[in-house]
Structure formats: C-alpha cells, structure tokens
Write a protein that binds this ligand. Sequence first.
Ligand SMILES: [Zn+2]
Length: 137
Amino acid sequence: MSPSYDPTESPVPAEALCDFCAATEPIVLFPQKHGFTMLMPDGTRHRFEDPWTACATCAPLVENRQLHLLLDRAMKKHPAYWDANRQQRRFIRATLKKMYQAMYDSIVGRPEPLPAPPPRPFHELPPKESPQPSADD
Ligand SMILES: [Zn+2]
C-alpha cells in the first residue's frame, strides 16, 4: 500500500489548531456522541470521529449554533478562499455547511476546556552544528 497525499491530514497534531479557522490556540474541544461519514467533493468518504477543537472566537459560534457566522469565519481562513472564484467559494461554503450541520448533529454536551500547551523547553531545540574544520589551513 503506497502512502497517498491527504489534504485533510494536517502536518501538526489536530489538538494544536482550531478545527474551524486554523487559529493556533484552540481552547476547548467538543466531544462527538457518534462520528459521521461525509462524501467529499473528490468522491472519497471521510470519517469524522475525533472531537472538534475550537479557539476562543469559534467556540461560542459552535456552542450557539451560529452556523452562518462560523461559515463566514471558516471561509476566510480556508486555504483556497483567496484564489477561488465566486462559484468555487459557493462550493467550498456548501461543503463546509454540510460538514458543520453533520457535526452539530453529532456533538454531545458542552465544550471541554483544553489545557494550555506547555512552553517549549530550550533543551528540545536542535543543537547548533559546529563548523567543519577547514582542510586548507
Ligand atoms: Zn477558530
């Protein structure tokens, strides 16, 4: 089985980003009672089972089910938004809307606070490479 590129796969851990606007610091997570499967625009099916993380701005929009405000915010942070034409933007928005409606149906209870990430200790930084001695001295 060869590895394939998955645009929904983020290179950073899911907990590190808001699932809606990709802000770097999510503060809460919304557990799902049951996941859901969505047919993606490329014809593949994607299973959503992990809790949804949200930043301080997105969390109340999710909790109060302010779908259109949440869509407005998510759209402007979507990687394809600024290069997309009107028709493409409409398509992205329709896809996100379907996804968020399914998410609202699967979310259970109130959001749970996420612990703040610990500051990165200095000793985790890679050591500086020492310069190679020159041969022509
Ligand atoms: Zn957010």
